[in-house]
Design a binder for this molecule. Structure first.
Ligand code: SF4
Length: 243
């Protein structure tokens, strides 16, 4: 096992990504009319966001469809077979956007006007995705051998991975250096943080195995439904209009 590492992360947030996320949340936005609000909130967020990750890399003692044993770690239950095969090593990580970002976004989600709250919700979701992307970028450029690549991340609460797994993953890492703590629930403080697993394997084996969705049997997955029957016209989408 590698020593755990603590790394600052560069977080990219773009207005177009925010608009796309608003669409995913069911809001159709008049981008021209709301551009000033979006840019103002984005600039505020970028001035305080402080992405950080702590991670360790483990060899695999055993990987079954629903359970995995990593060297030096307690057993991890979840859909690891679908997501992390054909990994030879697995990264356990925890990442945060920082307390200042949390203080900017979270208190205003419930109290602001309709438009700003919706944009802030999209901003929070976009930033969480961006921090996971930043972790993957760091791993890709700093931890892989020449022929290796990364599997998609497996995050507690997603794709059938029990949200309670947060507790197991945080028992593997010392998250104090990034200012992250586990609260009852279990939940993370700051809440705009995440934890998860990413597999490392030869690129050819990852390509041969295919994407996790090809092996997943969760028929109720919204993403799977959207892939099968994309809407032809944005006006077909259910949701709200921001003007
Ligand atoms: S089908 Fe849905 S639940 Fe299954 S792996 Fe893909 S995104 Fe995750």
């Amino acid at each position: 096992m590698n020593q755990a590492k603590v790394i600052p992360l560069e977080i990219s947030l773009h207005p177009g990504e925010l608009c796309r996320k608003l669409g995913c949340l069911g809001w159709h936005i008049d981008r021209d009319r709301q551009q000033a609000v979006i840019e103002s909130l984005l600039n505020q967020a970028l001035s305080v966001v402080a992405g950080k990750v702590v991670y360790s890399i483990h060899t695999i003692n055993k990987m079954l469809a629903g359970r995995m044993e990593l060297a030096g770690c307690p057993p991890i239950s979840g859909p690891v077979g679908n997501h992390l095969q054909p990994a030879s090593r697995v990264v356990v990580f925890a990442a945060t956007l920082g307390a200042e970002f949390e203080n900017l976004v979270r208190p205003r989600l419930a109290h602001d006007g309709r438009i700003e709250s919706s944009i802030l919700q999209a901003l929070a979701d976009t930033a969480i995705n961006a921090v996971v992307d930043a972790v993957a970028d760091h791993l890709y450029w700093n931890e892989l051998a020449r022929e290796e690549c990364l599997t998609p991340p497996l995050i507690p609460g997603c794709c059938g991975f029990d949200a309670q797994a947060v507790e197991t993953l945080l028992s593997i890492l010392d998250t104090r250096p990034i200012g992250l703590e586990l609260m009852p629930g279990p939940c993370l403080n700051p809440a705009l943080s995440t934890t998860g697993l990413i597999g490392i394997a030869p690129q050819s084996k990852i390509e041969e195995f295919g994407i996790p969705c090809a092996h997943c049997d969760i028929s109720a997955c919204r993403l799977r439904a959207e892939i099968k029957s994309p809407p032809h016209d944005p006006s077909d989408l259910p949701g709200h209009v921001i003007s």
